[in-house]
Design a protein around this ligand. Structure first.
Ligand code: ZN
Length: 79
């Protein structure tokens, strides 16, 4: 019985670790007009967005601080 529990735990742990890492993964979004980058991890404190603010939580009426482009003009980027 104990051995089965250990085996189950061994099988599940990597999955849980991978899942928890995914859930705290921050993405970056770049303004395709001027190249300004929004980093979810850093947020944009000067723009009223706290560090860790997810892109989907950024208000729809939010605009690029550099060029005023709308949220729709941003694209997710891998850096
Ligand atoms: Zn811009």
């Amino acid at each position: 019985m104990a051995a089965q529990v250990v085996l189950m735990f061994t099988l599940l742990t990597p999955k849980i670790l991978r899942w928890s890492r995914l859930s705290v993964e921050f993405k970056k979004y770049m303004c395709i007009v001027c190249g300004w980058i929004y980093d979810e991890e850093l947020g944009a404190p000067g723009e009223g967005l706290e560090a860790g603010t997810k892109w989907e939580d950024v208000p729809l009426n939010w605009t690029c601080p550099d060029c005023g482009a709308s949220k729709e003009d941003f694209e997710m980027v891998e850096i």
